[in-house]
Design a protein around this ligand. Structure first.
Ligand code: RIB
Ligand code: CA
Length: 317
């Protein structure tokens, strides 16, 4: 029997983050070693409390939570998106406080320590702005030579953005960090809007959560109406895009996806294109901005029905 893939999830929970975390926890193929938190959908302190509460619901007190950065590397935090995820980041259900506390270290330091303690075995899953991973790379140059793989929800290579016409939300929340992480020296998989906008959980799919008799599915059923309302009012979509869970589906079943492999840079300028993820579609000039960067595996298509069924199956356990 092959051993479970060890994953560290960096997250800004977030309704779709909660889905992804519960999906990972329900996957015997994955071992979640920690949750680290970051600003994004909500402030970092709210993200930390939510990470602890989600682990309470999942009855996983063994998994540590570590609080991360409260602001992007360079620019101020753009602020919470309560209209998407609720003022509490969890659909305004206002969960009870957790009895647990985060570990007394920083997410960046924790990422460094975790990777160095288990070289070549840790997969990092980024579900929020990439700030903590970028800080870890700055703390320990050469770190990513020892990372098994980084799988990110973020970016929009061949399609338009969602936080601006040019940029996806996690990247726009910290373009400088994203540009650092896309330059990492390990395999990188980008589950951006190119693929996540092809996966819509329909109202019928979502109704299936309510029928699943476990606390994780019941929590998702409780928080989902807020998210569904947002998609209907803002995008005219019936159902939800399954953003963050796509990273977990890829780890479980990469054969359900197709991709292109190209180096990626992020526009860190202060124009209308700030935060745009730019793949090198042709060979980069010697010493040009893409030169010497590893190709990123950019997910471009998916068997959407198969990944939705995969996730619903896992969440039913
Ligand atoms: O663009 C989608 C991403 O932004 C997801 O990670 C969602 O949780 C928000 O953070
Ligand atoms: Ca997220």
């Amino acid at each position: 029997m092959t051993s479970a893939t060890r994953i560290l999830i960096d997250t800004d929970p977030g309704i779709d983050d909660a889905m992804a975390i519960f999906y990972a926890l329900a996957s015997p193929e994955l071992e979640v070693v920690a949750l680290t938190t970051v600003f994004g959908n909500c402030h970092t302190d709210v993200a930390t409390v939510n990470a602890l509460r989600l682990l309470d619901i999942a009855e996983r007190p063994d998994i540590p939570v570590v609080e991360g950065a409260v602001a992007p590397l360079v620019m101020p935090y753009r602020g919470p998106v309560a209209f998407v995820h609720g003022t509490d980041g969890q659909g305004d259900v206002f969960l009870p406080p957790s009895s647990r506390a985060p570990l007394p270290t920083t997410a960046a330091q924790f990422i460094v320590d975790t990777v160095l303690a288990d070289p070549d075995e840790i997969t990092i899953v980024l579900l929020g702005p990439f700030t903590n991973m970028a800080l870890a790379m700055m703390l320990c140059p050469g770190l990513t030579q020892h990372v098994k793989q980084i799988v990110v929800m973020g970016g929009a290579a061949f399609t338009s953005g969602n936080a601006s016409p040019a940029s996806e939300a996690n990247v726009l929340n910290d373009p400088e960090a994203a540009d650092i992480v896309f330059g990492a020296d390990c395999p990188i998989v980008m589950a951006g809007l190119d693929v996540t906008h092809r996966i819509t959980m329909t109202d019928d799919d979502l109704a299936r959560f309510a029928a699943i008799d476990n606390p994780r599915a019941q929590h998702l059923a409780a928080i989902m109406p807020h998210y569904v309302r947002f998609y209907l009012e803002r995008n005219g979509v019936h159902g939800i895009y399954v953003h963050d869970s796509t990273t977990i589906s890829y780890l479980l079943a990469p054969e359900l996806f197709s991709w292109r492999e190209l180096p990626v840079r992020v526009d860190t300028g202060h124009s209308v294109c700030r935060g745009r993820t730019l793949p090198a579609l042709r060979d980069s000039d010697e010493e040009g901005p893409w030169h010497g960067r590893r190709a990123v595996r950019i997910l471009t298509d998916v068997d959407a029905r198969a990944v939705i069924e995969l996730e619903l199956d896992h969440l039913s356990c």
